[in-house]
Design a protein around this ligand. Structure first.
Ligand code: ZN
Length: 134
């Protein structure tokens, strides 16, 4: 598997509208607009930071994964996303190594990227996302 870089940090937040000012006005990052991914019950907002990005995640439903995360742990860093060259190859390599996966096959995330999550049980508690952007 070839990891190219940290693609983004996913940060769970109660409200993008209320929380985005810190990232845009205080830190001076460029707010590139929000996008809702209904299948994942989440609205995302990306702020590019050099070669990586900050992704704010706001739940669209009380039973969504981001809402559940905030309920358990509060707002904060929810996942780390690594950009990989070939996500199918990476997933089959991880499967072979016995790593527990949340997504056995890639799905489409924000920005049309192919994404897949590894189970935090397999990573000492860190929710890891793999993503491939073509
Ligand atoms: Zn993400």
């Amino acid at each position: 598997m070839k990891i190219l870089k940290i693609d983004h940090l996913g940060i769970a937040i109660n409200s993008i509208e209320e929380g985005k000012n810190f990232w845009s006005d205080v830190l001076g990052l460029k707010f590139e607009g929000a996008e809702t991914v209904e299948a994942q019950k989440v609205t995302t907002a990306f702020f590019p930071v050099g070669e990586s990005e900050v992704e704010l995640l706001e739940s669209t439903a009380p039973d969504g994964p981001v809402a559940k995360f905030i309920e358990k742990k509060g707002q904060g860093i929810q996942h780390v996303a690594f950009r990989v060259e070939n996500i199918e190859e990476a997933l089959s390599e991880l499967k072979e190594k016995g790593i527990q996966l949340i997504d056995k096959t890639p799905r489409i995330g924000a920005g049309g990227a192919k994404i897949a999550f590894l189970h935090p049980k397999a990573t000492n508690g860190v929710l890891v996302e793999l993503c491939q952007r073509d």
